[in-house]
Design a protein. Structure first.
Lengths: 686, 573
C-alpha cells in the first residue's frame, strides 16, 4: 500500500471513545430492530429490567433472588451494548479511513465555464455545487474540483493525495489517460474538465458511504445468512417458550429471568452481534488497499472468481523490451560486446537504449562515461537504416536489426559469421528480440531484448493458482512470443493477437462454462469487457468510460491488486461462516450450564448433567450469560481483521475451520463458563 | 450386548448395502431413462391408466404444477377416505355392521394414511369395515409412499438437471412418477415379498376367526385375515400400520427372526436405493453414497445407544433377586430378544415407518430416547420412502451453505449456487418440526384434554406426549403406547400435526426444486468445496444433529433425560 496509508490501530483510543458513546445511542429500538437477533436480546433485557424493578418494589415471594435478576438483566444489556460497540468500532474505523478520503474533497472554488461552452466566460462557484456535465478550467497549482474527464489540454497532475505516489503523472484529453480525480492537484499547464458526477455521487462519495456503514446494502450471502439466523432465533424462541408449559407439567415453575437467559444464550448472538461489523470491516480493508468498490456485492463476487484476465503490457511485463543479456560471437569477449553495446546506446534515449546502458553498466561494470564518447557523433535510428550508433575516435559502432547490421558490415568489407543467425534464431524462438552489435566491419554479437516480466509476478500467479483461479494473459503479441512470456510469468493460459472482440468472446465463453470472470482494464476499448466481466477493476489512471463500466476502481492503478481484492472477498465470507459455526457450536455447553440449573430444584437427580460442576444454579445461569456477552467483545478483533485466508484449496480450509471454530466452538464455552463461574465464586458474588 | 446380536445387525446392514446399488439402478431406469422393465406387460397397463385419466405422460410440469397436482391428489385422498369412514355403515363389505367412524377419528385416520404416517388411534378389528380397510386405507399404503418418492425425484431433478436459466423449468410429471412408483416398484416388490412372508408362516386367508381350545383348556379366538399382502407394503412403503393391534409383535404378522429380518430389510430398501438413484441422476454416484454414509452413521449411532441401554437391563430391578442377563425384556417378544427389538425400534423410527415389534414405552428411558430423537431428526436417517431423501437434501442445502461460507466462496451444490431464497425455503422446512411438536406438546402438557389421556405421569408421561407429536409430525406412526389418543383433542391435534408435518414440508422442498432447476451451473474449481467426500458427510451429520439436538434438547431433558436420571436412582412411575 502507498506511503500515505495510515493504519488505524485496532482499538484506536479516539475511535473507541466515540464507539462507546455510539453503543448507547444504538440502543434505540428502531436501530436494533434492523437486527432481529439482537432485538430479541434487547426485548429480553427490557423484560428482565422490569422484573428487577418489580422485585425491588414489591418483594414478591417465590421468585428468583433480586440480585440474580438484576445481574442477568445488566449482562443482557451489556450483550446488546457489546454488539453495538462492535458495529460502532467498525464504523469508526471506516470513518477514520473515509476522513482521509474526504480530505481530498476539500471545498474549493471551481472556475466553471458558463453555458458549458469551451469559449464561455468563467464564473467562480463552490466545487460542491458542480453538476454532471459542467465544464471547469483548472490551471497550475489548483486543485481539481471534482471527478472529471479532460476535454482539452494536457497537464501534469500530482495524484499523491489518492495514490500516495509522489511522482506526477501526465493526463491529457482524448485517449486512455484523460480521467482526473477530484482533490488531485494540477502542477503545470491548463486543462478543461467535464465533470462526470453530481455532488455526493462520485466514486469517493459512494465508498465513503460504504465504509461508514450508512449506505451499506447487505450482500447476497449476508442476506441468506441473515435469514438463517432469524430462522434459528425462531427455533430457539419456540424451544424456550414452550419450555414454560412443559415444565409446568412437571410441577416446575421456571423464572422468566432464567428462560430469557437461556433464550439469549441459545440464539446466535455472537454472529448476530458481529455480522454488520464484519461487513463494514471488509469494505474498510478493501479501502485500505486503495481500492474503491461501488457495492459490497462486487466484493463478495470477487471471492468467487474462477478466471482472471490480465493484460500483458503493464501488468505482467514492464511494457518495454529491455536488454536481458549479451550474447557474444565466438572469440569475442563478453566485455567487449558489452562496451560496444553501451557506446552504441549512450545517446539512445529510448527505454531499450537505456536498458542496454544499464545492463552493461551494472553487470559488466562498463563506465557510462567512456572517455571521449561525448565528443562522438550520434547516429540516430531511422526507418531506412534500422540501426543506431556512435562514431568516435575513428570507431563506428552500430546496433540494430540483425539483417541491417549484416548488410552494414558486408558493405564495409566484413563478413557475417554463421553463428550470428543461429543466436538470433534462438532468441526469436524464446519470444525475444535480437539486436546485433558491430564495431566497424566486425560483428561482435547480439543483445537479447525481451519483454521483462515484473519481479514477483510469478509468485502472485502461484497464489492465484493455489486459490483455484485460472489466469489468462491477454496480449497483442504473436502466439510464439505470448507462449514464451506466459511460460515465464507462470500464467495458466494466454490469448495471443487479441482484439477487443476476441477478449469479449473469451469472457463470454468462460461465463458460458459457468465461470466467474474478473478482469482489469483502463482503456475506453476495455469498457465493454469490464462491464461484461463479473468483477471489473478499472485503473484510476484509466478513462472515465472504463471506470463507469467496472465495479471497482484501483486508486494505485495496479492490475495485480485483484489478488488482494479476491482475498478480501473470501475473508468476508469466511469470517461470517466461521463465526456462525462458532456461535452455534457454543450452544452445546450453554445447555449443559443452564438446563441442569433450571431443573435441579425439582429434579435433583439431574445433577450429573452439571458436567462443569458450576457452583450454584444461579451462578451457572449467570456465568453462561456473562460468557455469552464477553465472547462478543473477545471476537471483535477477529471480526474486524477477518479470518486469515490461506490459499489451500477448499477442503483443507474447511477442515481447518471446522476444527478451530466447530470443535473449538464446542469446547471453548465449557472452559469459559467454568472460568466465569470460578471468578464469580472467588469474588463472593454468587 | 452380544455377539449374536451384533451379527444380526451386521447381516441386516450388509443386505441393505447390497441392495442399494441394484435397486437404485432399477429405480433410475424406471423414473429417468424411460425404458420400463417388463415394458410389454406393465407398460400397457401404465399407458391405459394415462388414457383413462387423460394424462399426457410426455408433458412435464414446473414446480408449482407438480406441487398442485400432489396437493390436489392428497386432498382428494383425505376427502374420499373421510367419506368412506363416515359412511361405512351404509356401504357394503361391512359384515360386522360397524357404524360410521366418529368425525375426529375419521379425520385423524384419513390424515394419517394420506401422509404415510399410519398412526392408528383406533383398533382396526373393532372399528373399520373391510371396505374402509381396503379402499380407504390400504390404497394409501401405496399412494402415500409413491407421493414421497415423487417429491424426492422432483427435488433431485431440481439439483441435477442442468438446463440453466434458459433451459426448461420443468421437473417431471407428478402423475407419471406416481403411477410408475406404484406399478414398477411398489406393487411388484410387495407381491414378491408377500409370497416370501407366506412361506415363513405369515397368514394370508379370508377365513372367519377361529375359536380354539388351548392345551390348558381355555378358549381363545384367533383373528385371521389377509396379513402377508398387507405386511409387505406396510414395510416397503414405510407405512407401518399393522394389521393387528400388536403390529409386528404379533406372531401372525412377524412369526420368526427371519421374517423380522425381511421386514427390516423392506423398510430400509427403497430409502437406501434412492440414494443411489440420486447419485446416478447427479452423474456422480459418490454424491449418493455420501448421503448413504451420513445416514448409516446416524443409524449406527442411534442403534448403539439404544441397544446398549436395553441390554443393560432395567435399573429399577437392581438389587432385586432377578436375572437380567437378557437385558430389559419388558415389552419385548421372547422370539426376538433385545438385539432384534432395538434394531427394529431404531430402523422403524429412522425410516418413519412406525411398525413396531416391541413396545417403545417399556424401553428404558435412554433406550426410548433413541426412537424419539430419531424421529425428531426430521426422519432423514434413510427416512420414509422419498421423504428421507428430500429431507436429507434440505439438510445438504444448509450444510453446503455453512461450508461455502467457511471456505470463502458463495456456497454451491452440484454446481448450483445456494442463495437467499433457497435458505429461506430450507429454513421454513426446518421450522415446521419445532412449531408442531413443541407447540402442540406444550399445549397438551398443560391442558386437561391433553393430560387426561396419559397412562403415566411425571417425566415418562411427558415422553409419551412428546413421542406422540413427534411421531405424527415425523409421519412415523409408531406410538410410545401408554397414551389414549382416541379423544377429540388428540385426534384433531395429531391429525393436524400429521398433515402439517407432511405438506408444510413438501411445499418448501418443491419450491427449492423449482429454484434450483432454473439456476446457472457453475464450474467447479479448486476453491469449490467437494460435496462427495467424508468431510462433507461429517459436516452434514453435524448439522443434522445440531439442528435436531438444539431444537429438542430442552424438552427432551424434561422428558426422557430426567426419566433416565430418575430411574438410575430407582424412581419409577
Amino acid at each position: 500500500m502507498s506511503s500515505k496509508a495510515q493504519t488505524v490501530s485496532l482499538f484506536d483510543r479516539d475511535i473507541t471513545r466515540r464507539a462507546i458513546g455510539e453503543s448507547f445511542r444504538k440502543l434505540s429500538p428502531r436501530m436494533v430492530a434492523k437486527n432481529p437477533v439482537m432485538f430479541v436480546v434487547e426485548v429480553g433485557s427490557a423484560l428482565t429490567t422490569v422484573l428487577f424493578l418489580r422485585d425491588i418494589l414489591l418483594h414478591p415471594a417465590g421468585h428468583a433472588p433480586i440480585w440474580f435478576t438484576g445481574a442477568v438483566s445488566l449482562w443482557l444489556w451489556f450483550t446488546v451494548l457489546f454488539a453495538n460497540f462492535a458495529e460502532a468500532v467498525a464504523e469508526g474505523r471506516g470513518k477514520a479511513q473515509a476522513e482521509t478520503l474526504r480530505k481530498m474533497r476539500k471545498e474549493t472554488l471551481a472556475r466553471r465555464l458558463v453555458g458549458g461552452k469551451l469559449e464561455g466566460k468563467e464564473e467562480e462557484i463552490p466545487s460542491s455545487s458542480l453538476r454532471k456535465g459542467d465544464l471547469v478550467v483548472v490551471e497550475a497549482n489548483q486543485l481539481v474540483p471534482g471527478d472529471g474527464e479532460i476535454i482539452e489540454g494536457i497537464a501534469s497532475v500530482d495524484e499523491s493525495a489518492i495514490t500516495g505516489e509522489s511522482a506526477p503523472v501526465i493526463r491529457e484529453s482524448g485517449g486512455d489517460r484523460s480521467a482526473v480525480t477530484g482533490g488531485t492537484k494540477v502542477l503545470s499547464d491548463r486543462i478543461v474538465i467535464r465533470i462526470v458526477s453530481d455532488p455526493g455521487e462520485s466514486f469517493l462519495d459512494r465508498m465513503i458511504a460504504l465504509v461508514e456503514g450508512a449506505a451499506r446494502q447487505k450482500t447476497p450471502n449476508e442476506i441468506a445468512l441473515h435469514i438463517l439466523l432469524v430462522g434459528l432465533t425462531i427455533v430457539f424462541l419456540l424451544a424456550c417458550v414452550t419450555l414454560i408449559p412443559l415444565a409446568k407439567y412437571s410441577s416446575l415453575t421456571l423464572s422468566v429471568t432464567a428462560i430469557v437467559a437461556l433464550l439469549v444464550c441459545l440464539i446466535p448472538t455472537t454472529i448476530g452481534g458481529l455480522l454488520s461489523a464484519i461487513g463494514i470491516a471488509g469494505m474498510d480493508r478493501l479501502l485500505k488497499k486503495n481500492v474503491i468498490a461501488t457495492s459490497g456485492r462486487a466484493v463478495e463476487a470477487a471471492g468467487d472468481v474462477d478466471t482472471l484476465l490480465l493484460d500483458k503490457t503493464g501488468t505482467i511485463t514492464h511494457g518495454n523490451r529491455m536488454a536481458s543479456e549479451f550474447l557474444p560471437l565466438p572469440e569475442v569477449r563478453i566485455e567487449m560486446l558489452a562496451e560496444a553495446a553501451l557506446l552504441a546506446s549512450l545517446a539512445d534515449e529510448t527505454p531499450e537504449g537505456r536498458s542496454i546502458v544499464l545492463l552493461a553498466n551494472e553487470k559488466y561494470a562498463i563506465p557510462a562515461n567512456a572517455p571521449g564518447a561525448s565528443t562522438g557523433t550520434f547516429v540516430p535510428f531511422t526507418a531506412q537504416t534500422r540501426m543506431s550508433g556512435l562514431d568516435f575516435g575513428g570507431r563506428s559502432i552500430r546496433k540494430g536489426a540483425v539483417d541491417s547490421i549484416g548488410k552494414y558490415v558486408i558493405a564495409l568489407g566484413g563478413r557475417v559469421p554463421a553463428e550470428l543467425g543461429e543466436l538470433a534464431a534462438r532468441i526469436g524462438d524464446s519470444g525475444g528480440t535480437p539486436l546485433a552489435v558491430a564495431d566497424g566491419s566486425r560483428v561482435l554479437g547480439i543483445i537479447h531484448l525481451k519483454d521483462v516480466v515484473k519481479a514477483g509476478i510469478r509468485e502472485r500467479f502461484k497464489r492465484f493458482h493455489a486459490m483455484g483461479i485460472r489466469t489468462v494473459m491477454i496480449t497483442g503479441d504473436n502466439p510464439r512470443t505470448a507462449a514464451a512470456i506466459a511460460r515465464e510469468a507462470g500464467v495458466d493460459d494466454f490469448l495471443a493477437e487479441a482484439t477487443p472482440e476476441a477478449k469479449m468472446r473469451l469472457i463470454k465463453d468462460e461465463q458460458a462454462k459457468g465461470k466467474l470472470v474478473a478482469m482489469t482494464g483502463d482503456g475506453t476499448n476495455d469498457a465493454p469487457a469490464l462491464a461484461q466481466a463479473d468483477v471489473g477493476v478499472a485503473m484510476n489512471s484509466g478513462t472515465q468510460a472504463a471506470k463507469e463500466a467496472g465495479n471497482m476502481v484501483d486508486l494505485d492503478s495496479n492490475p495485480t491488486k485483484l489478488l488482494e481484492i479476491v482475498e478480501v472477498g473470501k475473508q468476508l465470507l469466511m469470517t461470517r461462516g466461521t463465526l456462525t459455526t462458532f456461535s452455534i457450536a457454543n450452544d452445546v455447553a450453554k445447555y449443559f450450564a443452564i438446563l441442569p440449573a433450571m431443573f435441579v430444584p425439582v429434579f435433583p437427580e439431574i445433577a450429573p448433567l452439571n458436567v462443569m460442576h458450576l457452583a450454584s444454579p444461579y451462578s451457572a445461569i449467570l456465568s453462561a450469560v456473562v460468557f455469552n456477552a464477553l465472547i462478543i467483545v473477545l471476537l471483535i478483533p477477529l471480526a474486524l481483521k477477518g479470518v486469515r485466508y490461506r490459499p489451500l484449496g477448499a477442503a483443507a480450509i474447511l477442515r481447518r475451520s471446522l476444527l478451530i471454530y466447530g470443535v473449538g466452538g464446542v469446547v471453548a464455552p465449557f472452559v469459559g463458563i467454568k472460568l466465569v463461574d470460578l471468578a464469580l465464586e472467588a469474588l463472593h458474588l454468587v | 450386548m452380544t455377539l449374536v446380536g451384533w451379527v444380526q445387525v451386521l447381516v441386516f446392514f450388509a443386505l441393505i448395502v447390497a441392495v442399494t446399488k441394484p435397486l437404485g439402478v432399477f429405480m433410475h431406469r424406471v423414473f429417468e431413462t424411460g425404458e420400463a422393465p417388463l415394458g410389454r406387460f406393465l407398460g400397457r397397463i401404465e399407458n391405459s391408466i394415462y388414457k383413462l385419466f387423460g394424462v399426457d405422460p410426455k408433458r412435464e410440469q414446473d414446480w408449482k404444477e407438480y406441487c398442485f397436482a400432489l396437493l390436489a391428489f392428497s386432498a382428494l385422498g383425505v376427502l374420499v377416505t373421510y367419506g368412506i369412514e363416515r359412511l361405512q355403515g351404509h356401504l357394503p363389505f361391512n359384515p360386522q355392521h360397524f357404524p360410521g367412524v366418529p368425525q375426529e377419528l375419521a379425520f385423524n385416520t384419513a390424515g394419517s394414511f394420506v401422509t404415510n404416517t399410519n398412526w392408528q388411534s383406533y383398533s382396526g378389528e373393532s372399528t373399520m369395515s373391510y371396505l374402509t380397510q381396503m379402499a380407504g386405507l390400504a390404497w394409501h399404503n401405496f399412494t402415500s409412499a409413491a407421493s414421497g418418492i415423487a417429491v424426492a425425484l422432483c427435488l433431485a431433478r431440481g439439483f441435477t438437471r442442468r438446463g440453466g436459466p434458459a433451459g426448461p423449468k420443468t421437473l417431471g410429471n407428478f402423475w407419471v412418477d406416481l403411477n410408475r412408483s406404484i406399478l414398477y416398484v411398489l406393487l411388484p416388490l410387495s407381491f414378491l415379498f408377500a409370497l416370501v412372508l407366506v412361506s415363513q408362516g405369515v397368514i394370508q386367508n379370508l377365513k372367519p376367526y377361529l375359536d380354539v381350545t388351548t392345551l390348558e383348556g381355555a378358549k381363545q379366538t384367533l383373528t385371521l385375515g389377509p396379513v402377508a399382502s398387507q405386511e409387505a407394503i406396510k414395510q416397503l412403503g414405510t407405512n407401518g400400520g399393522g394389521f393387528f393391534n400388536a403390529n409386528a409383535a404379533h406372531p401372525f404378522e412377524n412369526p420368526t427372526p427371519f421374517t423380522n429380518l425381511i421386514s427390516l430389510f423392506l423398510i430400509f430398501a427403497i430409502p437406501a436405493g434412492l440414494t443411489y438413484t440420486y447419485g446416478r441422476m447427479a452423474k456422480d454416484s459418490k454424491q449418493g453414497w455420501i448421503l448413504f454414509a451420513a445416514m448409516s452413521f446416524l443409524f449406527f449411532a442411534g442403534l448403539v445407544v439404544c441397544y446398549h441401554a436395553e441390554a443393560g437391563g432395567n435399573s429399577a430391578f437392581a438389587g432385586l433377586p432377578l436375572q437380567q442377563t437378557l437385558g430389559n425384556m419388558e415389552g419385548k417378544e421372547a422370539r426376538f430378544g433385545v438385539a432384534a427389538s432395538t434394531l427394529y425400534a431404531t430402523v422403524t423410527t429412522d425410516a418413519s415407518c412406525g411398525a413396531v415389534n416391541a413396545m417403545h414405552d417399556s424401553f428404558t428411558a435412554l433406550g426410548g430416547l433413541v426412537p424419539l430423537v430419531n424421529i425428531e431428526l426430521s426422519e432423514v436417517v434413510f427416512g420414509g420412502v422419498g421423504a428421507g431423501l428430500y429431507g436429507m437434501l434440505i439438510f445438504v442445502v444448509l450444510s453446503v451453505f455453512i461450508a461455502g461460507l467457511m471456505v470463502g466462496r458463495t456456497p454451491e451444490y452440484l454446481g448450483k449456487k445456494v442463495e437467499a431464497k433457497d435458505i429461506q425455503l430450507a429454513t421454513l422446512y426446518i421450522l415446521v418440526f419445532p412449531i408442531i411438536i413443541l407447540g402442540f406438546a406444550a399445549w397438551a402438557a398443560v391442558s386437561a384434554m391433553g393430560v387426561s389421556s396419559l397412562n403415566n405421569n411425571g417425566a415418562h408421561g411427558l415422553s409419551e406426549i412428546l413421542y406422540a407429536f413427534s411421531s405424527a409430525a415425523g409421519n412415523n406412526g409408531s406410538a410410545f403406547a401408554g397414551l389414549n389418543a382416541n379423544t377429540p383433542f388428540w385426534n384433531i391435534a395429531l391429525g393436524i400435526s400429521m398433515l402439517a408435518g407432511r405438506f408444510l414440508m413438501i411445499v418448501p422442498a418443491l419450491g427449492i426444486a423449482g429454484a434450483m432447476v432454473a439456476k446457472k451451473v457453475v464450474a467447479p474449481s479448486l476453491g469449490t468445496f467437494p460435496t462427495n467426500g467424508p468431510l462433507f458427510a461429517f459436516l452434514l451429520v453435524s448439522v443434522i444433529l445440531i439442528v435436531g439436538a438444539l431444537t429438542f434438547f430442552p424438552a427432551l431433558s424434561l422428558g426422557p433425560i430426567v426419566d433416565h436420571f430418575q430411574s438410575l436412582q430407582g424412581k419409577v412411575f
